[in-house]
Design a protein around this ligand. Structure first.
Ligand SMILES: [Zn+2]
Length: 226
């Protein structure tokens, strides 16, 4: 089934039933639950862009970024698949397709486009994706561990003491490598379902990014290449 058919009419299997006949369990099995079409009142799933009954554009419902883009909720997403999903949805929502529709449907279509863009931007970036996952799992805010804070502080001191641009470049290279290693470790702990450790690694990557900003600022005060 192509992307269009699958998501346009997500609620097709329950569409023939009145909403009163759909029991709670069935509703819960569909991500985001069921809603009534604003036009014809038929039941539509939260992910349906269009009502399968009357074809009208549905409002944007409350969905997490993974559900919105039809992706499995996990850290290791296939970026090519993320791109395909995003491009596919944007194509379905191209403004020219709604030229003859009323203002309400045009607004809904525009809001869907914005929601898909927000979801795409959030999932594309590994740290934003990790933070989104942690929030969905009800995990606490990532906090830099004492050990990591000491280490980052040490690197920060090295940056301040650097007497030449090349010293800063060396430190920046180490920070870049360490960021890669930490991201790799982050993927591993997510796979193992160790959310506390994932939160630690997220905080570490963010601290390394902060360190990288410091290195860039400091580097700017030295002549290039020297
Ligand atoms: Zn309808």
């Amino acid at each position: 089934m192509d992307l269009g058919t699958r998501y346009l009419y997500d609620a097709q299997d329950v569409g023939g039933l009145s909403s009163a006949m759909i029991d709670r369990e069935k509703g819960a099995a569909i991500e985001g639950g069921l809603h009534s079409c604003w036009m014809c009142r038929r039941a539509v799933s939260a992910r349906a862009l269009f009502c399968h009954g009357c074809g009208s554009v549905q409002p944007v419902r409350d969905l997490d970024h993974f559900a919105r883009l039809g992706l499995e909720r996990r850290f290791d997403i296939d970026l090519a698949q993320l791109n395909r999903q995003y491009v596919g949805f944007r194509r379905l929502l191209a403004p020219e397709r709604f030229a003859t529709r009323g203002a309400r449907e045009k607004n809904h279509a525009k809001a869907h486009g914005d929601a898909f863009s927000a979801a795409y931007e959030a999932l594309k970036d590994p740290i934003r994706r990790a933070r989104h996952l942690l929030a969905l799992e009800g995990s606490g805010e990532p906090v830099l561990s004492e050990r990591d804070a000491d280490e980052i502080g040490g690197w920060r001191a090295e940056l301040e003491l650097a007497g030449e641009g090349t010293d800063i470049d060396r430190i920046a290279n180490r920070v870049t490598q360490e960021r890669e290693v930490t991201l790799h470790r982050l993927a591993g702990v997510f796979r193992q379902g160790e959310l506390d450790r994932a939160a630690d690694e997220v905080a570490r990557v963010e601290a390394l990014d902060w360190l990288m900003d410091q290195a860039r600022d400091r580097r700017a005060s030295f002549p290039a290449g020297g």
